[in-house]
Design a protein around this ligand. Structure first.
Ligand code: AMP
Length: 280
């Protein structure tokens, strides 16, 4: 596995790969990698000749209340996970090289980025879209592998790719879960045992919602009430949002359309935020 940290170097490397007619799949990531990322990298390697993992802290997506400085990084662990899962290139630019002094051009998507917590986190979607577009321009991948776990961001990038006519196919990888069904996340490693038990309520609530739909419930209000009730039984858990939305547009629904309704959950457990979702 090659480790490259300069945009110039990656550009000339990509040029060589293009001349050799190699196909490229890109996996954009941030901070310390975990096995959820690992599965995306395996998927990239199955799809294309060359799997590239981009790993850098995208400072543009953080707001004043976010704490990018606390986003853990562990280069040795990250490069081990990337290598073990088949990455050919690990691209690790310094954020200050991607966004040099005076940087002033942004990608602002106007529809999806206004849904759910979009308005309260104005930098998140603008920064994520801008960072991803810079990677698309540098790496020119045929495939972009993103996670269902961050479905709102994933849908946003699909929209940007469509609107700006990038010749890249987005592959959405299912949520990768640990043995206890908690979705892998950078936050998991900070959880104490008792907090992890609370975190399991998220998957339990999803299962409850699925059962209700299987049993014939079609009222979004009733399902959200049940999910809220289950989550609120833990005092440590604070709800950011629970919504049932159209899986592509993220518009709120009032009635369940089975297999076409997406339950999205975002909660704080003490100072850590967790997102999860499932098609109902
Ligand atoms: P992050 O490093 O958290 O910004 O995530 C990088 C990519 O990995 C995004 O496309 C995420 O959706 C994806 N990802 C993170 N955790 C998981 C998971 N548990 N299962 C599937 N994809 C994930």
């Amino acid at each position: 596995m090659e480790i490259i940290d300069s945009p110039q170097k990656i550009k000339s490397f990509i040029q060589e790969l293009k001349e050799q007619q190699k196909t490229i799949a890109l996996v954009p990531t941030m901070g310390k990698l975990h096995q959820g990322h690992g599965e995306l990298i395996k998927n990239a390697k199955q799809k294309a000749d060359i799997a590239i993992v981009a790993n850098f802290i995208n400072i543009m997506q953080f707001g004043l209340n976010d704490r990018p400085g606390q986003y853990p990084e562990d280069f040795a662990h990250t490069s081990e996970i990337a290598k073990m899962n088949g990455a050919d290139i690990l691209f690790t630019p310094e954020p200050s090289i991607i966004y040099p002094q005076g940087f002033s051009t942004f990608i602002q998507e106007e529809s999806l980025s206004k849904k759910l917590s979009g308005p309260s986190r104005p930098n998140l979607f603008k920064g994520y879209a801008t960072g991803t577009v810079i990677l698309l321009n540098l790496i020119r991948p045929q495939f972009l592998i993103l996670g269902q776990k961050d479905i709102h961001q994933t849908n946003l990038i699909k929209k940007v790719i469509k609107d700006l006519m990038y010749p890249t196919e987005v592959i959405v990888h299912e949520i990768v879960r640990d043995k206890d069904n908690l979705a892998y996340s950078i936050s998991n490693e900070f959880l104490e045992k008792f907090q992890r038990q609370d975190a399991q309520r998220i998957f339990e609530a999803i299962q409850k919602a699925k059962k209700m739909v299987e049993g014939g419930t079609r009222s979004v209000e009733r399902i959200i009430a049940e999910v809220t009730h289950h989550l609120m039984q833990s005092l440590r858990l604070r709800i950011v949002y629970i919504a049932i939305v159209n899986p592509q547009t993220m518009e709120s629904l009032t009635t369940i359309h089975p297999k076409e309704s997406l339950l999205v959950i975002s909660v704080w457990i003490d100072q850590m935020r967790f997102n999860d979702n499932a098609i109902l």
